[in-house]
Write a protein that binds this ligand. Structure first.
Ligand code: ADP
Length: 430
């Protein structure tokens, strides 16, 4: 079987020879034509050879070889071989003694696993931290680390992010998988117990402080209401009203802080529920209508069969936060469209408004706690600055995230998607 380069070359020779023979037939100049052909043929190869030489000396082997015909095929084969060698060099590096010696010094656990998830090699910290034994080399990693979150992460083949797992009650690890050569994987585990505990202390502090503030605030609020209703001098009207409103605001902030703490704390272990989103939407429509002004036009497009595996109350607060934001940040009214629908990508929730919109530089920071685009406006609209932080955390618990598209002065769409595995079709159960 002739290679494509040789075939190309033969076709070329036959083509050029036919032209020269035609020339001989017409002119009868045999010697001149033959000499021209040989000079032309050899010259062409010398030129291609020079190009090939400069290409190969150039350092980087480009994807597209520079010439055509036999030389093009040759260049292509060389660059293909080079790429294969690079891949093997990758694999050999991870298998090399040098890499293993360096990995031994790392504070993180490193385990190398093959295409079928069999353990090939591990370093000392992997034994101490993850409890893997030397004898486990050659066993499947799933049989050694059986934590359900790790198994889901491994199966997902989505290794962009890392996975946090607590292997025993006391230690917390961040596990990251890196694919390096034809589905060989490096598993790297870092002990983040201290960081986790610090975050826990912060969470507990915020939760406890909020809880402790609640009672004195309720007392203050009660007295202020009493004072407002009791006979008093007229010039106290405004300060009393002001103080009363501020206690309401503080209560809203404390409630949101407590909600955030509870989302962060318990829902990981809570049982998933069947969330009847269509009937939730009916209630939200009524609540939204009470918040909206006559200039607002509320439109709800809801798939009546589409329910979700998730956590009912947190999801309700996500949807209500987004709807109430759309109303509050559309001071001049306009259409507010709420959509709940499904397709092959899962279930989708979106809220679009024609309100103030958000400038692009603010969008990535909207879900930070107490981040406000315009502090004054947020205060006057009764915002706590925590609504979208709550939304972000609840969505994370549902393996989803918030997406925002917005044009300043024109309006915004806040959107999230839930994976098909979470979708429940209500008709299926009837
Ligand atoms: P807030 O209680 O201040 O509304 P959020 O966390 O709910 O806090 O929102 C954070 C910020 O995002 C708001 O201060 C506001 O500037 C902006 N924002 C949220 N939703 C919208 C929207 N639909 N249109 C314009 N801006 C919005």
């Amino acid at each position: 079987m002739l290679s494509s380069g040789i075939k190309h070359e033969l076709t070329w020779i036959i083509g050029v020879l036919s032209v020269f023979l035609a020339f001989v037939w017409l002119t009868g100049w045999w010697y001149f034509t033959l000499a021209s052909f040989v000079v032309f043929y050899v010259g062409r190869h010398l030129w291609s050879m020079a190009k090939f030489e400069s290409w190969i000396q150039g350092g980087s082997i480009e994807a597209h070889p520079p010439s055509s015909g036999l030389w093009s095929e040759l260049s292509y084969q060389v660059s293909k071989k080079q790429r294969a060698l690079e891949k093997h060099a990758d694999l050999n590096f991870y298998k090399s003694e040098q890499f293993k010696a360096a990995s031994m010094l790392l504070p993180s656990a490193v385990v190398s696993i093959d295409q079928r998830n069999y353990i090939e090699w591990l370093n000392e910290p992997a034994m101490n931290m993850l409890g893997i034994l030397r004898q486990d080399v050659g066993r499947r990693i799933e049989a050694v680390i059986r934590h359900p979150d790790f198994l889901d992460y491994l199966k997902s083949h989505d290794y962009e992010s890392s996975q946090t797992i607590s292997l025993d009650q006391s230690r917390v690890f961040e596990i990251k998988i890196i694919e390096y050569f034809e589905n060989h994987k490096l598993l790297i585990a870092t002990d983040i117990t201290e960081l986790y505990q610090l975050a826990q202390i912060r969470r507990d502090f915020v939760a406890n402080a909020s809880h402790e503030l609640r009672t004195p605030l309720t007392v203050l609020h009660g007295y202020l209401e009493l004072m407002r209703d009791m006979p008093h001098e007229g010039h106290w009207d405004t300060p009393l009203e002001h103080m009363h409103n501020q206690t309401l605001r503080m209560r809203a902030i404390i409630d949101d802080l407590l909600t955030l703490s509870s989302i962060e704390a318990d829902s990981i272990t809570a049982e998933l529920e069947e969330v009847d989103v269509p009937s939730m939407m009916q209630h939200l429509h009524i609540e939204a209508a009470q918040l909206a002004k006559p200039e607002h036009h509320l439109v709800f497009e809801v798939d009546a069969c589409l329910a979700l595996k998730g956590f009912t109350e947190p999801l309700k607060s996500v949807f209500m936060n987004l709807i109430s934001n759309a109303i509050r940040y559309s001071p001049d009214g306009g259409e507010i469209k709420v959509r709940w629908y499904q397709d092959e990508q899962g279930a989708h929730f979106s809220v679009s408004d024609q309100g103030l919109g958000v400038a692009p530089e603010h969008i990535p920071r909207l879900t930070e706690r107490f981040y406000r685009v315009n502090k004054d406006r947020s205060r006057t609209t009764g915002g706590t600055g925590l609504g979208l932080a709550i939304v972000k955390h609840v969505l994370e618990k549902h393996d989803s995230h918030l997406q925002v598209s917005s044009v300043l002065g024109k309006g915004s769409t806040f959107y999230c998607r839930f994976a098909p595995a979470r979708v429940i079709l209500l008709n299926d159960f009837e």
